[in-house]
Design a protein around this ligand. Structure first.
Ligand code: FAD
Length: 394
């Protein structure tokens, strides 16, 4: 089955990757985005081998490698002394074991790359300023409704409209969100503001009581990305763009390693953002006969495995394959869902469990826990060796 018209709601990383996979598979695609302009926030994103297979399939691997950094290792350290508790090699090891590289990128760079590829694949593909409000489905087709009173008609609808998805709400109902008790700071710092030498080109995770901090480089090493997760009693907005005072960030990391102080001191004072992390239970029924969801709309996750966007990109590739394999749309959407729910639920659950690992109450507890863990690449083989383009669909 090919040639049907597919309407996608949302031009985030998931919606754009899905659009490109579907165009490559021969579908007529339209993407509707609520924002008046395309853009992504100033933060890092990690792409492991599983989504990298899809980016390779789309002809984007070389560009991703040029834009990003391949970290040499994953290094766990104590928050104050910086003592290394565990380290395992990443770059070569990851590629060798899972068949594609591990890359850390600026979100805006990855998003631009996908948007440019989308524009090249089909000029005018992305329609901006179109906020979807819901859909109506019949045996003959599906109609997407917009806040401005207009409609679009197609054969298949994909809700790639993120955490607060209106398409998911219509298919699944309200998915309850519970505050985890964690806030996630994000800042980026140009390396010229940092002393030389500074932290090596690895993924450094500093772990302390009630919080942790993840530091890695972007843009070929020109920018340092800092994500700091701290326990906060009160939830603030679940938003990438809510700013908080720099002084609050500084206070949250008082007493932490000098490298952390240097990063915070070098940050722009008015560019400190904090996001409140919420849990959503995995859902299992994503589809109607003509509509389905992907990415955060289907399986929002905590960031403790760095797999939210990775899953969104996997979804698009599997969905395109399922549509090609079946004669009827409903059967294809069923095949897609059946092959994605268990894997994505497992990732969401392990991400939730990982919070405990990063928030152990004392250094003794950290040492005890990490001495038991045979952390390393092979441990996560089920996660990273999954190739969305070749995994059997049953
Ligand atoms: P989104 O990126 O949210 O895109 C949804 C799009 O839909 C937006 O453009 C929005 O404007 C549009 N939209 C919404 N509603 C409508 C509407 N009604 N009509 C039209 N358009 C609409 N993931 C990783 O893989 N690796 C990481 O390293 C990583 N780090 C993270 C760190 C943190 C602190 C957090 C919070 C998340 C992290 N994630 C990471 C997760 C990742 O950011 C998300 O899973 C990913 O962005 C989801 O993509 P998406 O396309 O599904 O949704």
């Amino acid at each position: 089955m090919a040639g049907e018209k597919v309407l996608i709601v949302g031009a985030g990383l998931g919606g754009l990757a899905a659009a490109l996979c579907l165009i490559k598979a021969g579908y007529d695609v339209e993407v509707y985005e609520q924002a008046p302009a395309l853009g992504e926030v100033g933060a890092g994103i990690q792409m492991s081998a599983n989504p990298m297979h899809v980016l390779r399939h789309l002809g984007l691997e070389e560009a991703v490698l040029k834009l990003g950094v391949q970290p040499g290792a994953y290094v766990f350290r104590l928050h104050d002394t910086g003592e290394v508790i565990q380290e395992f090699s990443l770059a070569e090891e990851h590629r060798r074991q899972h068949g594609a590289p591990y890359v850390q990128l600026h979100r805006a760079d990855l998003h631009n790359l996908l948007a440019e590829a989308a524009a090249a694949a089909k000029p005018g593909l992305i329609r901006l300023n179109r906020r979807a409000t819901g859909f109506t489905e019949t045996d003959d087709g599906i109609t997407l409704h917009f806040a401005d009173g207009t409609n679009a008609k197609g054969d298949i609808l994909i809700g790639a409209d993120g955490l607060k998805s209106v398409i998911a709400r219509q298919i699944v109902g309200e998915i309850p969100a519970t505050y985890t008790g964690d806030g996630a700071w994000r800042i980026t710092v140009p390396v010229e503001r940092l002393p030389k030498p500074f932290l090596p080109q690895v993924m450094s995770v500093f772990m302390g009581p009630g919080g942790h901090a993840v530091c890695y480089y972007l843009r070929g090493g020109a920018l340092l990305n800092f994500v700091g997760i701290v326990e906060k009693e009160l939830a603030s907005e679940e938003s990438w763009t809510q700013k908080f005072p720099w002084e609050m960030l500084k206070q949250d990391y008082e007493g932490w390693h000098p490298a952390i102080q240097t990063i915070i001191d070098a940050a722009d004072r008015d560019q400190c953002y904090r996001w409140s992390l919420h849990n959503r239970p995995p859902v299992r029924n994503w589809s109607t006969k003509r509509a389905t969801i992907l990415g955060d709309a289907a399986h929002a996750t905590l960031p403790y495995l760095a797999q939210g966007a990775a899953m969104a990109i996997e979804d698009g590739a599997v969905l395109a394959r399922a549509l090609q394999m079946k004669d009827h749309i409903a059967d294809a959407l069923d095949l897609y869902q059946r092959n994605r729910v268990d894997r994505t639920a497992r990732i969401v659950e392990i991400s939730t469990q990982n919070r405990r690992l990063f928030h152990l109450p004392s250094q003794d507890a950290i040492r005890a826990e990490f001495s038991k863990r045979n952390e390393g690449e092979s441990r996560n083989s089920w996660l990273y060796s999954y190739n969305p383009l070749t995994v059997p669909l049953t």
